[in-house]
Design a protein around this ligand. Structure first.
Ligand SMILES: *Cc1c(COP(=O)(O)O)cnc(C)c1O
Length: 442
């Protein structure tokens, strides 16, 4: 399998190259040259519900084929899928796919762990010989740096995933004052090779800094920069697995294709769902649940893509005005009409988010986070006969929002509990590339 940029069908890149570059040299995003069609009935029912390491290996085999990384596919899948991803049935029509049982209690643990593990072996296998994006002669000697902007959860997941990979430095940028206290704790507690900076600005400012650094000669001469944002193919590929697995479980239980509802910001999670659907897994529609950041909804209506300024909401990890994976979605569905056939979109206000947290707790005694709540708002509006809502984070991460609404504190899972006692280290930063450079070098 080879990979291309969303902007051009030539040249083609290997998987190792795509993982190392992050962004394609022409500024586009990497996508597979084709989607292998699977005969999913051959997989049969999943042996242990929610246990997807084996499925991952089978599903991702074709994407690794021909690359040096294929020798390590099994280890990489085991590292990424070492925690369960169970489906929780609330009632006849509503199921929740709990993606929050990883080390930082958010779905991003899957992609971050997969990427961290894969990158380890890319190094072991030697850097690719010719790299149009980077100065290849020096690429082996420069220290490696993961530079990542986060609207809340990416940074924690990436920090955790790389915390035991001491030869990779991780620099995390997050918008100051716009993430929950527990999220901040999870960004700033990973020890010597992971540093977090609170940027005086919004998430989009953090993302701009990362993009500027990747384009800067000064930065690229000093470090071999690795992207861990949801533009990274290493995060998207493994996410296909839980859509595939959950759709198989749904099919063997009900005889029907699954409808998924995905709380969405950058479209990183959702695009993986569309890719799994493209491979032929029994997936009917994929609904996109937004918070008040409505650019994607406007695109569905008008067919014109116009990013909007970021708005702060209760579902802060989805506070994105310019979804970076839109380019992948439009590459897959060049005509908006085709997208509308297989997808829907809904915008949830903060009031609707609050109401959903309360009503789901009242009706099912089940506590959801503000992001997952946007999925419930969409489910109610659409009234699909059955829907699997992706629970993207554990509600205990957002206790400050959730507890007052349900009138009690959220029980803290063991993974989070242990992190809350780590020592933290925080730095503040102006939204300026020179300031970042100085901070990182000092
Ligand atoms: C990142 C995140 C999202 C949004 O995911 P995208 O891939 O950016 O669409 C939703 N919920 C939570 C809890 C997140 O951390």
């Amino acid at each position: 399998m080879k990979f291309i940029s969303t902007r051009k069908s030539q040249p083609q890149y290997t998987l190792s190259e795509a993982l190392q570059f992050g962004l394609a040299p022409d500024g586009g995003l990497f996508v597979p040259t084709y989607f292998p069609k699977v005969d999913w009935k051959k997989f049969g029912p999943i042996k242990r519900s929610g246990d997807y390491a084996e499925l991952a290996e089978v599903l991702l085999y074709d994407f690794f084929a021909g690359d040096l990384l294929s020798a390590h596919l099994q280890e990489i899948c085991r590292a990424a899928f070492h925690f369960a991803i169970p489906t929780h049935k609330l009632d006849h029509g509503v199921e929740v796919l709990e993606l929050f049982h990883g080390p930082t209690c958010a779905f991003k643990d899957v992609g971050a762990r997969f990427l961290a593990e894969a990158i380890t072996y890319v190094r072991g296998a030697g850097a690719p010989k010719s790299s149009p994006a980077q100065d290849s002669a020096k690429s082996a000697s420069r220290p490696r740096m993961v530079l990542v902007a986060t609207s809340g959860d990416t940074g924690g997941a990436v920090g955790a995933a790389f915390s035991n990979k001491s030869d990779v430095r991780v620099v995390i940028l997050y918008p100051q004052g716009r993430i929950s206290q527990r999220q901040e704790q999870q960004l700033t507690c990973w020890g010597p090779n992971v540093q977090a900076y609170a940027v005086r600005g919004a998430f989009d400012d953090c993302q701009k800094l990362v993009k500027a650094a990747f384009l800067s000669e000064v930065w690229r001469q000093r470090w071999q920069l690795i992207s861990a944002n949801s533009i990274s193919l290493g995060r998207l590929l493994p996410q296909m697995v839980y859509y595939a697995g959950a759709s198989l479980e749904h099919y063997y239980r009900t005889g029907e294709a699954a409808h998924f509802i995905v709380p969405t910001g950058n479209l990183g999670n959702a695009v993986a769902g569309f890719w799994a659907r493209e491979m032929g897994f029994p997936i009917a529609k994929i609904g996109l649940a937004l918070n008040a950041n409505a650019a994607i909804a406007q695109y569905f209506q008008s067919g014109e893509w116009k990013p909007l300024p970021t708005q702060e909401t209760l579902a802060n990890a989805m506070d994105v005005g310019a979804a970076s994976n839109m380019e992948r979605l439009r590459h897959l569905f060049p005509r908006v009409e085709d997208l509308r056939e297989v997808s829907r979109v809904n915008v949830a206000t903060d009031n609707e988010i609050r109401a959903a947290i309360q009503s789901v707790d009242a009706q099912y005694k089940y506590i959801i986070c503000p992001h997952t709540a946007t999925g419930f708002v969409a489910a109610k509006k659409w009234g699909w006969p059955s829907a699997t809502i992706l629970a993207t984070a554990h509600p205990a991460k957002f206790d400050d929002v959730v507890a007052p609404l349900i009138g009690r504190t959220v029980p803290v899972p063991a993974e989070l509990e242990s992190i809350l006692h780590h020592e933290v280290e925080r730095h503040e930063l102006a939204p300026d590339l020179n300031a970042l450079y100085e901070a990182v070098c000092s």
